[in-house]
Design a protein. Structure first.
Length: 499
C-alpha cells in the first residue's frame, strides 16, 4: 500500500462524547495472511479487533508479527494496520527520540516502538480491551529456556518437525504456487521438502540486489532450478533507487531501512501468485547475525551494557558528525545506550540470548514487514519456520550447541543429499558488486532531494558534501559514507510529518 493508498486503510476510533462512546471506522477487522481458518495452533500470524457496542477488543498471535498500531488519547483510542492512517486521523507527530536513537544506529525499532511517542504497535500475543474510557493491555515477548539436546540429535529433530510443518501448509492443488529462491539455506529447505512431498512450484523467482552486494541469489537460484528442472525467472531492480526506497518506506510503515530490493518481487508475486512461502524465523536462532566471540561472552556474563556498547560504538563518530548538534543531544550515544541496554536485559535468561533479542526486535519489527505488511494483502503467505513446534524447538537450542556450526547445512546434506547443492550466497570471497553508474545516480538523487527537504536532524553540509563526492566518483565507499537507505528513510519520515 502506497502512502496515497493509506486513506483507504481500515481503522477504528472510539471516543467518549457526553458520557457515551462515539465510534467511526470498521467495527470488525481481521487479517490472517495464511488464510487458514485456525492459524493459532500452527503458529501462523493473525490479528483482529471487534466492537460490540460497548467494548473494543483486540487480539493477535503469539509473535505479533502483523503490525497493528494504536494511539490512546484522553478521550479514546484509535487502531489501524496503517501508521499513516493514525497520523491522518490526528495522532501526535511528536518524535520518539529514544527509539530513533537506536534505529539510526541499528536500523530497526525495539519492542513496540515507532518513530512517534504517541503511536505504538500491539505487542506479541496482545489482548487489549477498551470500555467507557478504561483500557487493559497484556502481551509481550516470551523467552525460551534451554534444552539439553546435542547437535546431531538436534538436526534430526529439526528435520522431523520441519517436514510436519510443510505438510500442514501445502498449497491447494490448483493454486498458483510461486517460490522465491535466494542463495541461502531457508528457501532451499522449503523448496526441497515441497518437492519431496510431491509439490512443484509453478515458478521460482530470484531478485537482483543493489550494490555492493553480489548477485549470488540470482546466480545460485538459476543454477538450482536448472538442475531441478523447475521454471525460473530473474527479477531486476529498475528505475530510481531513491524512489524505490521512499515507496518501500511508506509500505513498511516507516519502520525499516531495508527491503528496497523486495519491491519488484512484491509486484511479481502480487500479479502471479496465490501462495508464497517465507523463510522467516529460523536463521536468527541457528546462525544469529549478532553472534561474536565477544558478544557471546558478554551474554554468558549477563552483561547487557557491554553488548549494547559493542553494537552501538563502531558508527558513533559518523553519527556525531552527521547530526545537527541539537538533534544529536536528543539522539546521543548515551540515550541509545541506555535504551538498548534495557531492551537486551530480558533476553539474557534465554538459551540463546542474542538470538532471542534479535528475533523479538529485528526479525519481528523489521524482517516481518516483508511478508506481513508489504505482501500479505496481495497473496497468501505461509511461514513454516514459525510453526509452533519448529520455533519452540529452535529457540530452545543453546548457543553453545550451535555457535561455529551450521545446523541447516547439516540437515540439507543429511536429508536432501540427492538434491543439487550449487553453493550458498557469501560462501566464497568475491569482489563486491561495484556499479559506478548506480552509485552516481543514487548519490545525485540524494543531492537533488536534499535541496527540497528541510532535514531537521542532519547537517545539510555533511550530506551534500558526501553525496556530491559519490556522484562524481561513483565509488562505493563514498556512497556508503552517506548511508543512503537511512538518509532516504529520514526524507520519507519528514514527508509524512509535513503532509
Amino acid at each position: 500500500m502506497t502512502a496515497r493508498g493509506m486513506a483507504d486503510a481500515p481503522y477504528i476510533r472510539v471516543r467518549m462524547r457526553g458520557g457515551k462512546a462515539a465510534v467511526d471506522g470498521a467495527y470488525h477487522w481481521r487479517r490472517v495472511p495464511s488464510r487458514i481458518d485456525a492459524p493459532d495452533p500452527l503458529g501462523e500470524a493473525w490479528a483482529k479487533w471487534s466492537w460490540d457496542g460497548e467494548t473494543l477488543t483486540f487480539a493477535s498471535d503469539r509473535y505479533g508479527m502483523i503490525p497493528v498500531f494504536y494511539t490512546v488519547s484522553d478521550d479514546g483510542v484509535t487502531l489501524s494496520p496503517s501508521l499513516t492512517k493514525l497520523i491522518e486521523l490526528g495522532a501526535s507527530r511528536e518524535l520518539n527520540f529514544a527509539a530513533l536513537s537506536v534505529f539510526l544506529r541499528l536500523g530497526w525499532f525495539l519492542e513496540n516502538d515507532t518513530p512517534f511517542i504517541a503511536i505504538k504497535t500491539m505487542p506479541p500475543g496482545a489482548r487489549f480491551s477498551w470500555r467507557a474510557g478504561a483500557q487493559a493491555l497484556s502481551g509481550g515477548a516470551f523467552v525460551a529456556s534451554g534444552s539439553s539436546i546435542g547437535f546431531d540429535a538436534a538436526a534430526d529433530r529439526l528435520h522431523e518437525l520441519f517436514t510436519t510443518a510443510i505438510a500442514r501448509r501445502r498449497p491447494p492443488d490448483h493454486a498458483r504456487f510461486v517460490m522465491p529462491i535466494s542463495g541461502g539455506k531457508d528457501s532451499r529447505l522449503i523448496l526441497f521438502e515441497f518437492l519431496r512431498q510431491g509439490y512443484r512450484p509453478g515458478m521460482c523467482v530470484s531478485t537482483s540486489t543493489e550494490p555492493p552486494r553480489i548477485n549470488d541469489d540470482v546466480k545460485i537460484g538459476e543454477a538450482l532450478c536448472d538442475a531441478l528442472g523447475l521454471p525460473w525467472r530473474r527479477l531486476e531492480l529498475t528505475g530510481s533507487p531513491l524512489a524505490r526506497e521512499l515507496e518501500k518506506d511508506a509500505r513498511s510503515h516507516y519502520l525499516a531501512d531495508e527491503h528496497g530490493w523486495y519491491m519488484p518481487l512484491m509486484a511479481y508475486l502480487g500479479d502471479h501468485a496465490d501462495y508464497a512461502y517465507d523463510g522467516i524465523g529460523l536463521d536468527v536462532f541457528l546462525n544469529c547475525m549478532l553472534w561474536s566471540d565477544d558478544r557471546n561472552r558478554f551474554a554468558r556474563a549477563g552483561n547487557a551494557q557491554a553488548i549494547a556498547d559493542n553494537l552501538l560504538r563502531p558508527d558513533e563518530a559518523a553519527w556525531k558528525s552527521a547530526l545537527r548538534p541539537q538533534a544529536y543531544n536528543k539522539l546521543s550515544y548515551e540515550v541509545a545506550y541506555d535504551y538498548l541496554t534495557a531492551a537486551i536485559k530480558p533476553h539474557l535468561a534465554a538459551a540463546n540470548p542474542l538470538a532471542s533479542f534479535q528475533f523479538w526486535s529485528r526479525t519481528r519489527r523489521e524482517i516481518a514487514l516483508v511478508p506481513y505488511a508489504m505482501l500479505s494483502d496481495r497473496v497468501v503467505v505461509m511461514t513454516p519456520f514459525l510453526d509452533k513446534e519448529v520455533f519452540d524447538f529452535a529457540s530452545s537450542l543453546p548457543v553453545e550447541v550451535l555457535y561455529g556450526r551450521d545446523l541447516r547445512r547439516t540437515v540439507l546434506e543429511r536429508y536432501y543429499g540427492d538434491c543439487p547443492q550449487p553453493g550458498y550466497a557469501g560462501e566464497t570471497k568475491k569482489a563486491r558488486n561495484f556499479r559506478p553508474w548506480f552509485n552516481r545516480r543514487y548519490a545525485a538523487e540524494l543531492v537533488l532531494a536534499s535541496l527540497k527537504a528541510s532535514l531537521p536532524l542532519l547537517r545539510r553540509g555533511w550530506l551534500t558534501t558526501r553525496a556530491l563526492k559519490a556522484a562524481l566518483t561513483g565509488r562505493q565507499r563514498d556512497l556508503d559514507w552517506c548511508n543512503p537507505a537511512r538518509i532516504a528513510w529520514m526524507m520519507a519520515l519528514e514527508r509524512l510529518i509535513r503532509h
